[in-house]
Design a protein. Structure first.
Length: 240
């Protein structure tokens, strides 16, 4: 579904969002909400639709900004606010079908924007690609990156984590293929893992899904559910 939230920042190119949601929506099980930010220069929804449509297939409702400059976090906050408002609107298809616990996500600049957007009072978790962020007592964090990415040695960030945090560093994974639709279309194994873990993180942290949580729990690099999966250059976690 396409919506236009109007003016969010004076410098914006668009206030449009793509909303990904399960159809039909569950009547008795509230859906977690997520706000996404694109990487620098990426407009529209085609580049990351594979990630967010898969998340929606697992129960999430995702507000994906189509703006190409989302580093301020304001677009993430606007996406969360829109979904919260829809949950309270009797005329909306989402009326009383959404949780008030929110996640933020994004790639590259959009990932750094998610860190800023996590200051929204309803945000409790983040899942980002090709960017850095450190978990705190309020917000848990998943970072997905690769050895050919611009983000290097992200595993070391868990040392300072004040809340649950997990870092996956894929061997050969890069910034513009593995973490975008290019990798999904070519069957890049790292891209497929990232798609899987992105949805699973939100299933765990927003929906309290014990099966999804087992993928990350137990300590990395040794005992987590995905720790034996081939292809990882490095895994690290804290408080999981």
């Amino acid at each position: 579904m396409q919506v236009d939230l109007g003016m969010i920042e004076a410098s914006q190119h668009t206030g449009k969002f793509t909303i990904y949601y399960p159809d039909p929506l569950e009547a008795s099980c509230l859906h977690p909400i997520v706000a996404w930010g694109n990487g620098t220069g990426v407009t529209g929804s085609g580049t990351y639709a594979f990630l967010n449509s898969n998340a929606a297939s697992w129960g999430m409702v995702v507000a994906e900004s189509q703006e190409d400059n989302t580093g301020s976090g304001n677009f993430h906050k606007a996406g969360v606010d829109y979904l919260l408002k829809q949950n309270d609107d009797p005329m909306s298809k989402f009326y009383k079908k959404l949780t008030t616990r929110a996640g933020v996500s994004g790639h590259s600049q959009g990932g750094f924007g998610a860190s800023q957007g996590s200051k929204h009072p309803n945000v409790v978790t983040a899942a980002i690609e090709g960017a850095t962020m450190i978990a705190n007592a309020k917000v848990s964090v998943l970072i997905l990156t690769g050895t050919e990415d611009i983000v290097m040695n992200a595993e070391g960030l868990v040392t300072n984590a004040g809340g649950p945090m997990f870092v996956g560093n894929w061997e050969g994974g890069d910034h513009v293929t593995t973490e975008t639709v290019a990798g999904s279309l070519t069957g890049d194994k790292g891209s497929l893992q990232f798609t899987r873990l992105y949805a699973a993180w939100f299933r765990c942290m927003l929906a309290d899904d014990p099966v999804a949580c087992k993928m990350f729990m137990g300590g990395a690099p040794g005992n987590c559910g995905i720790c034996k999966d081939p292809g990882w250059h490095g895994l690290a976690s804290k408080n999981l």
